[in-house]
Ligand binder design. Sequence first.
Ligand SMILES: Cc1cc2nc3c(=O)[nH]c(=O)nc-3n(C[C@H](O)[C@H](O)[C@H](O)COP(=O)(O)O)c2cc1C
Length: 210
Amino acid sequence: MEIKEIREYKSHILAISKIANEPFKEFKKWIKIAQDNNILDFNAMTLSTVSSNNIPSSRIVLLKQINKDGLIFYTNYRSNKSIDLNHNKNVAANFYWAKINKQIRINGLVNKIPYKLSNQYFLSRPRTSMISSIISKQSSYINSINSLEKKLFYLTNNKKILNNIKCPKYWGGYIIKPYMIEFWQGKPNRMHDRILFIKQNKWVKKILSP
Ligand SMILES: Cc1cc2nc3c(=O)[nH]c(=O)nc-3n(C[C@H](O)[C@H](O)[C@H](O)COP(=O)(O)O)c2cc1C
């Protein structure tokens, strides 16, 4: 079958009356639905940033925490995305879960989270992930992965280093504070439900044409 012929939207109708008046509540509900549907990497989001030359870039990052202000992901503060974010705090984030025909689109502004919180999360990670984050200069050019792998092996087996490990200053969390969130529910006949929340003084809820 050709891709253009695939049209099925088995679903899960989105009842507008059942949408919360506050998007974080709805967002958490959708995350739980995705999780309950065993969606692989349900917390993976496409994160788009814009460089100082106005060039957009997208990549997947994992949503790790949700609090009352926003969504937290972790990364290297010297990576390409972080260089973009130093110039422009605007991001777009997107979750798409094909199995349940749901998409969430987010626009927001990012800020670094306090070091203490990054360190807390950092120390909760598996030791190989901690070491990898320390030794990888994310997004920089390398000749091959071999020397990093050797380093990883050596350091993960070095008790003295492991006992003194802490989050490096060049790694940590960003919080996305959304000002727009759209919940999209795919339906048959292309009559998809789209509910948009826009932050004014308070959150305003709108329905969008499919
Ligand atoms: C499923 C998945 C999860 C990922 N999670 C993260 C993450 O949480 N943080 C991160 O920095 N990179 C993550 N990555 C790698 C990024 O997509 C990207 O390659 C890396 O962050 C470098 O991006 P940049 O050069 O734009 O900074 C993930 C990739 C995939 C496919």
